[in-house]
Design a protein around this ligand. Sequence first.
Ligand code: SF4
Ligand code: SF4
Ligand code: SF4
Length: 284
Amino acid sequence: MKHGAGGKWYLNAEHYSNEIVEKYRLKDFLMEQYRNFEQLPMRKVAGVDGTGLGYKLRMPLVGRLVKRLAENMLHSTRPPTNPFKAEGHIGQVVPLEDAIAILEACAVEPIIEKNCMCRMMSRGIKEACCINFGVMSEIAKELPRFVPEKDKFFLTRAQAVDRFKTHNTKGYIGTIWFGPFPYINNLCSCASPECAGIRPRLDYGVKSIYKAEYIIDFNPDKCTGCKACVAKCQFGAIEYSLSLKRVTVDMKKCWGCGVCRHGCKGKALYLQPREGVPAYKDDY
Ligand code: SF4
Ligand code: SF4
Ligand code: SF4
């Protein structure tokens, strides 16, 4: 939870352990939560339900209060108690390299790939791109709507790395989630605006997810102006300049997901540690 302090919470293997599952009896908790996810937007939390949330968040004073309630809930580090609240459900963007480190060194087997809940809830689309670990894998297999229509539901570590690479290369944003704190169980491949983690932050300024530990670095001399990276960036950080005949990068808008690199044959785009860039080192 110490973003910007130099450590990476998602590479601390303790957060993935079965001991946490036992300690907080997370199997029953998560089963209840996932069975009821579709109803969460209608359920009242602290007197506020999710109906017309966009409108509520824009209301003067009331909006600020709702935003604070939502952030307090998502950032909670108290032991999880109520499966009907998204308590302790905070995440961060991760580039391919860190996702591979998570899958190779931290994720507890069994590892599965289930249908993305956000795409299903917002567009009715079933797309298998959420990689889950440990007890979450056991829960998802009991819930048919999350099980993809394909042979591979359970993945080996190597298959999980391959699947994540495929999604990331396609342009999906890698994200890692506490769910609930202190247990990490989801490595997602997200698209905006479907993602229920990214959208509240982009549209309403709710800190529902943190930017990555990295930020883009750009070498204009290597840019051929092919524009392949422009469509890859879901945060609008890259623009093509007709007068310069190459792209320009707005570091303020960069979340450090690294997917733009996959489109760049000239290797003009790199990631650098966010903490090494004074202007953006605390901009998580
Ligand atoms: S966080 Fe991302 S991949 Fe996970 S369920 Fe939401 S959009 Fe899908
Ligand atoms: S510019 Fe930043 S936010 Fe956009 S794709 Fe590249 S790394 Fe991601
Ligand atoms: S993909 Fe690379 S070479 Fe092409 S426009 Fe983007 S930065 Fe330039």
